[in-house]
Design a protein around this ligand. Structure first.
Ligand code: SF4
Ligand code: SF4
Length: 290
């Protein structure tokens, strides 16, 4: 039998499923909305939804045209575009009283604009309904199509997030149809279009990367003017996904955070349970106040 690395104590958390959580879950189904918080069984869901008032919506359907080997979202031919979705996301944002919302999407390689128009409309709908709520977008690489990127940027998101997910060497193994340099260039382009919008990226650790490779990835991100970095532990969603090669100790995350800050990132979240959207509410105020 294959040897498995054992999950350390600090990752064994119980999901908090109280009444308010159940009510919100019900609302999501009624409005036919998907959240990453639920899909990924994120351990932070109670803290985010109830205390910090933040959530991550996944728009453009629940079926992705890609099949990244770390990701639990199902792959296939996606659903019809749903133009009612932007307003429903905005309504839910208002009902949940969110202060910060992350909008991400499956990769819609089947569409010419990669879904950018619906994505942009979602940002606008939230801003219209709840002007105090900050909106972070977390799109795919949109096949490197800068016209689509402009469509999305026209909606004036408060943070632009695009994840490189892993180091250069492992990109091909980990991410489907994505390219390390294309992702970096996308992030650099955002800064050219809108220098005041903070850019952000995320790396999962534990997939077999070395410390040197992580530092190189940090340098690459800073070399493309990325402001915010999040580092979290990769967890295997099902047995069919990539194995966890190693669990990093919280002290190692603390050290990586120090390195990141010394490289000039304005903000870095690093820890075993850190996700791309974790504590995102703090990052807007810290990075855009200059
Ligand atoms: Fe949702 Fe992100 Fe919070 Fe997890 S960390 S509950 S995915 S907003
Ligand atoms: Fe998952 Fe995004 Fe990859 Fe699609 S593109 S499989 S949603 S990580």
């Amino acid at each position: 039998a294959k040897e498995h690395v054992r999950k350390p104590e600090w990752l064994k958390v119980k999901l908090n499923t109280n009444d308010s959580y159940k009510k919100l879950k019900k609302m999501m189904r009624e409005k036919k909305l998907n959240t990453v918080c639920e899909e990924a069984k994120c351990p932070n869901i109670h803290e985010c939804w109830s205390e910090r008032k933040t959530a991550t919506f996944m728009i453009l359907g629940d079926t992705c045209t890609r099949a990244c080997r770390f990701c639990a979202v199902k792959t296939g031919l996606p659903n019809e575009l749903d133009w009612g979705e932007p307003e429903r996301v905005a309504e839910s944002t208002e009902m949940m009283g969110l202060k910060h919302v992350v909008v991400t999407a499956v990769a819609r390689d089947d569409l010419n604009d990669g879904g950018a128009a619906v994505f942009a409309e979602t940002v606008r709908a939230i801003h219209r309904r709840l002007p105090s709520c900050t909106v972070e977008v977390l799109p795919s690489d949109m096949k490197g199509d800068y016209e689509s990127l402009h469509t999305l940027m026209d909606a004036e998101p408060d943070i632009f997030n695009h994840n490189i997910e892993t180091v250069r060497r492992l990109t091909k193994r980990v991410r489907a149809r994505a390219m390390y340099d294309r992702s970096l260039e996308l992030l650099a382009r955002v800064k050219e279009i809108a220098p005041n919008i903070p850019t952000k990226s995320s790396i999962m650790v534990g997939l077999g990367e070395t410390k040197e490779e992580l530092i190189e990835a940090m340098d690459d991100l800073r070399g493309h003017n990325v402001d915010i970095l999040t580092l979290g532990q990769y967890l295997q969603p099902t047995k069919k996904h990539l194995d966890v090669v190693r669990y990093y100790h919280p002290d190692e995350f603390a050290e990586l955070k120090e390195i990141a800050l010394s490289k000039g990132f304005k903000h870095c979240e690093a820890g075993p349970m850190v996700r791309s959207s974790y504590h995102a509410d703090e990052q807007v105020s810290e990075t855009s106040a200059q």
